[in-house]
Design a protein around this ligand. Structure first.
Ligand code: SAM
Length: 615
């Protein structure tokens, strides 16, 4: 017995009984979908798509209604014990020297995937106990008994309480895909059994995320891990489903579709007999052939007035079998030229390749390559768009709501937008939210969405500054179109929190250093520090963002740094500018010529204009 045995438990909530919806799993809609890689973006229904900054547990509880989501895709940290850095595209790349330290350091810690059994793990465990989800809690408690209070258990407690919330927000016909890797997939599958019920497990998909690791020479004495696991569960026995098809394997085609019409149309020949009787299925099929010619149906009974040299006969089904179709149906096939004949005169059905939808998609997704060149945005765990398009196409319909509670650089919301679904994305870092905003605006310039949870007024900004210094800095630098710099590595930033890239002469890229101060006390030494950083880094401009009002000494010190002249605009600019948070909210921005807001971010390719759809 653990110390939680005295917690009062209620039965898990039962899913509401649901009418059988159209296009659901138990009634698969043969939509003949190709996987949606080439699909053009669709017009979205008039609803608000939302990006939330914040911990998904709090956001789900406060902002996502029960039974409101059609599809959840989650790609949480995997308990990899790693730190993930986001790589920024530095315009100074390749020029790493004292003047351009960002060329070498154009990366910042995005999120950490390290778990410890501590107070928050204990709190998550308690919340599962109080959730009323008896099955899930029993499982988690059993896992705690087995694993003890270690990192894995902390990770599983964090996941369990979130899976319970995700189960709550799913519609009765909804589906969930949990993307993980073998580090914890076996435990997560058990947790999902606990939360969703083992009877609602649908598939375990294996996605080949990388090519072979070649570290045998470094002493690796086990198989290379190159596959991720996607666990697919549904909320009930009736779920939205669209069968997807993949292309046939060339070797299979060469073997199966060996025949072709004179115009090149390929077909295979299929047996027309059946094991079981039923109706008009025991006749002799009439055929005839000219001397040296091929067999053909004798529909007009030419055998009654035979031509010299012609052969006429009636072909029975194979010994012990029956025709699969009645005489009338066979005659239809013959008239439609769908019959071919063996040398014996046995009719066979012509199945044309161009009429086949392809191979129904199986659970081995080795055909989807990892994120490649143009698609890569620098986010460490970015997943390929094609993977998300496939999931969304299979498990949702146009206009449905897709939720990604760990949305990273926003692959799922990008795919949802592209396929005409509504979407909700949640991430706990401002970096991710900033990246997604840019990604969506680049790919879909007309996309409408809101960003929730980022400070909208001074009080909220100050609150964020109090709660999380780094998130506050990342938010503040995004307000002035700066690339975050330095991150959490101690001493790495040298007092610089962001870099604004601009083109003073309209061509050459230069930098303005940004320093952010969220505290209530600011002083002149901070201005001096920024000035020294500008001198050290040979940056012509500096921006001091301050929550507190600057003192007049600070303003004088900043003014003394002098002015910068731009050839292109013919104007001069204060070299060290102080901007308060209140001014930022009032719409003021640093006065810098030709800011290149996208210089540090890899741009997502713009999605093609609507041009019909393949779905
Ligand atoms: C593996 S990444 C997701 C990558 C994403 N699938 C993509 O293609 O870009 C996991 C994300 O979860 C976020 N995250 C971690 N804990 C979170 C939490 N409690 N709430 C919301 N987001 C969280 C991290 O900031 C990170 O961006």
């Amino acid at each position: 017995m653990t110390r939680h045995a005295d917690v009062a438990l209620r039965s898990p909530p039962l899913p509401a009984p649901s009418p059988r919806p159209r296009g659901t799993g138990s009634h698969p809609k043969r939509a003949h979908l190709r996987w949606a890689r080439d699909a053009a973006p669709l017009a979205l229904p008039p609803v608000t798509n939302r990006l939330h900054y914040g911990d998904n547990l709090a956001v789900l509880r406060a902002h996502v209604a029960s039974d409101s989501v059609d599809l959840v895709y989650l790609d949480p940290p995997f308990n990899s014990n790693a730190t993930y850095n986001i790589l920024f595209k530095s315009p100074a790349a390749g020029r790493a020297d004292a003047a351009h330290p960002d060329a070498a350091q154009a990366q910042i810690r995005a999120f950490e995937d390290t778990w410890r059994w501590n107070d928050s793990a204990e709190a998550a465990f308690d919340e599962v106990a109080r959730s009323g989800h008896l099955r899930a809690f029993e499982l988690l408690r059993a896992m705690r008994g087995f694993l003890g209070e270690n990192d894995m258990m902390a990770y599983l407690a964090m996941m369990a309480i979130r899976l319970i919330e995700l189960h709550r927000v799913l519609k009765p016909t909804g589906s969930l895909y949990l993307h993980c890797d073998p580090t914890a997939s076996h435990y997560l599958k058990l947790l999902l059994d606990g939360v969703f019920g083992a009877e609602n497990y649908r598939s375990e998909i294996s996605w080949k995320r990388s090519s072979a690791h070649n570290d045998a020479k470094q002493g690796r004495a086990q198989y290379g891990h190159i596959r991720d696991v996607l666990l697919f569960y549904t909320k009930s026995r009736h779920w939205t489903w669209n069968t997807l098809y993949t292309r046939y394997d060339e070797r299979y085609l060469a073997g199966a579709y060996r025949h072709a019409e004179p115009d090149g149309r390929r077909y295979r020949r299929g047996d027309l007999t059946a094991a079981k009787p039923g109706g008009d299925v025991s006749y002799g099929w009439p055929v005839r052939r000219a001397p040296g010619g091929a067999w053909q149906a004798d529909l007009d009974e030419a055998w009654r007035d035979p031509l010299p040299g012609w052969e006429y006969k009636r072909v029975p089904p194979y010994e012990g079998r029956y025709w699969a179709f009645s005489r009338a149906n066979m005659a239809e096939f013959a008239r439609a030229r769908r019959l071919a004949y063996a040398a014996s005169g046995m009719p066979e059905y012509k199945r044309y390749l161009d009429e086949q939808p392809g191979v129904p998609l199986q659970n081995d997704w080795g055909d989807l390559p990892p994120v490649t060149g143009g698609e890569r945005l620098g986010y460490p765990t970015q997943k390929p768009l094609a993977l998300l398009e496939r999931i969304i196409a299979a498990s949702s319909n146009e206009g449905d709501v897709v939720l990604d509670p760990f949305c990273g650089c926003g692959t799922a919301v990008h795919a949802a937008q592209k396929l005409g679904r509504r979407w909700i994305g949640i991430d706990v870092t401002h970096l991710a939210i900033t990246l997604i905003e840019k990604r969506l605006t680049d790919a879909f310039p007309a996309a409408a969405f809101t960003v929730e949870g980022t400070p909208r007024d001074l009080a909220a900004a100050l609150d964020l500054a109090r709660r999380d210094k780094y998130q506050f800095q990342w938010w503040a630098v995004s307000m002035v179109d700066a690339m975050p710099f330095g991150g959490k590595r101690k001493g790495a930033d040298g007092g610089i929190d962001g870099i604004i890239y601009f083109k003073p002469d309209g061509r050459r890229t230069d930098r303005a250093l940004v320093s952010v101060k969220g505290g209530s006390h600011v002083g002149v030494t901070m201005i001096r520090d920024l000035h020294s950083a500008m001198e050290r880094e040979r940056a012509p401009l500096g921006v001091f963002i301050s929550a507190a009002l600057p003192t007049s000494v600070m303003e004088r010190e900043a003014a003394a740094v002098g002015r910068f002249r731009s050839e292109a605009t013919g104007k001069t600019y204060a070299r060290l500018q102080i901007v308060t948070l209140a001014e930022l909210f009032a719409g003021r921005r640093p006065d810098i010529p030709f800011v290149d807001a996208n210089a540090a971010f890899r741009r997502a390719a713009r999605e093609a204009a609507p041009q019909g759809r393949l779905l």
